[in-house]
Design a protein around this ligand. Structure first.
Ligand SMILES: Nc1nc2c(ncn2[C@@H]2O[C@H](COP(=O)(O)OP(=O)(O)OP(=O)(O)O)[C@@H](O)[C@H]2O)c(=O)[nH]1
Ligand SMILES: [Mg+2]
Ligand SMILES: [Zn+2]
Length: 372
């Protein structure tokens, strides 16, 4: 087989790198430990000294167009990131279950700077062990699946290489928001992850009240379960959904994500706290995404609650493709490029009027289409 030729890749520096004063640099370098010295030795810095915004590194194009730097693979270990707390502390587990606390090679952070987080929970990485259970992450393997959302102009990757998203909502406290469920459904479909919907805190409302929403989503073909984390209701069904899979728990703060995991796997002891009385909102108790091994096999990731969920990298005209009930009607719209928002002769809108498409879902579609 032909030897992979390294190709030069131009990598933009973060702007703030140029303007730092010397003393700040020293502080930062000290915080980063030895990573920067290594970087300087590894990478050829192109051209015009300190003012250059780019440097040229040697790398190989990987799968999915991902850019991979050439590294000393022999010296590296492979592992799975269980938790990433900023770039300077990633907990990595090797296949023989040893744990390493790793930093991330600065150039890797620079290469992946369009994402808010260069290394995320669930990533498979190669890292250079530096002794004492510590190491430096040198490479992130191409991600098979990603669950992301927009965070300002950055992509916030919630987790990578998982196969299931449990969208957790609560019947009340905080109020159930179908619009949020729909956004998670779109981002799951986009990321190649199977969604399931879990409506927790079923004890806080009359069962009747939940029927329409359960019927809506089961009617669309999604798996829906209702639970009471604090009273072991539905927990067995949830456990069955999780076994042998890698599942991310996501939803608003306070819906009971951590409580559900504590119920599924007694002894976990994840921190939970009451939603605030006045606003009915959660308190953002869980602060970082963490992969947790399940006793029956598989993994779950507890994540911090989100306030809102903006889609990442989904163009308005792509949104319709993620609404499973739309395709049947789309083909008959009068205009071939119908956006199903204002056009005459739109069969999607007629389907809403005639009760074949839920107005709740259509409202979600409109908001996502308008990036609202
Ligand atoms: N009544 C009722 N309360 C519940 C249920 N599940 C969880 N709670 C309570 O809801 C509150 C919030 O639960 P958490 O598990 O901390 O919620 P979370 O989704 O992990 O929140 P963040 O970590 O902030 O995202 C706690 O006081 C739980 O005891 C339930 O099924 N019924
Ligand atoms: Mg939590
Ligand atoms: Zn239309």
């Amino acid at each position: 087989m032909a030897k992979k030729r390294g190709k030069k890749i131009r990598v933009a520096f973060r702007k703030n790198r140029e303007n730092r004063t010397r003393s700040q640099n020293l502080t930062r370098d000290a915080l980063d430990g030895q990573t920067d010295d290594q970087d300087a030795a590894d990478e050829r810095i192109s051209g015009r000294g300190q003012l250059t915004r780019y440097r040229t590194i040697v790398g190989v194009g990987g799968q999915n167009e991902a850019i991979q730097r050439e590294i000393d693979e022999q010296a590296c270990l492979t592992g799975r990131v269980l938790r990433a707390i900023g770039a300077n502390r990633c907990d990595v587990q090797t296949s023989d279950k040893r744990m390493y606390v790793c930093t991330v090679r600065r150039v890797l952070r620079t290469m992946l700077r369009d994402s808010r987080n260069a290394v995320v929970a669930g990533d498979r990485v190669m890292f250079l062990p530096t002794g004492d259970g510590e190491g430096v992450i040198e490479r992130v393997e191409p991600r098979q699946t990603v669950l992301s959302r927009g965070s300002g102009r950055f992509e916030h990757i919630i987790a990578a290489n998982v196969d299931q998203l449990a969208i957790i909502a609560s019947a009340s406290e905080p109020r159930l928001k179908p619009a949020l469920i729909d956004r998670f459904l779109v981002s799951a479909a986009r990321g190649g992850v199977r969604p399931v919907i879990c409506i927790n805190k079923a004890d806080l409302v009359d069962q009747e009240e939940l029927h329409p929403i359960i019927e809506l989503y089961t009617g669309l073909g999604y798996d829906v379960i209702t639970t009471v984390a604090t009273d072991a209701v539905g927990i067995e069904a949830l456990r069955e959904m999780l076994v042998g899979r890698e599942t991310v728990f996501a939803g608003q703060s306070g819906v009971g994500k951590s409580s559900l995991l504590n119920a599924v796997q007694p002894g976990l002891g994840l921190r939970t706290s009451q939603v605030s009385d006045d606003s009915g909102k959660g308190r953002h108790t869980t602060r970082t995404t963490e992969l947790i091994p399940l006793a029956g096999g598989g993994w779950v990731a507890d994540t911090p609650g989100v306030r809102q969920m903006s889609l990442w990298d989904v163009a308005p005209e792509e949104v319709e493709a993620y609404f499973v009930e739309f395709p049947k009607y789309v083909a008959d719209c009068h205009y071939p490029d119908c956006t199903h928002t204002h056009e005459t002769g739109c069969t999607v809108k007629s389907a809403v009027e005639e009760g074949h498409i839920s107005p709740i879902r259509y409202e979600s579609y409109l908001r996502m289409f308008h990036n609202d």
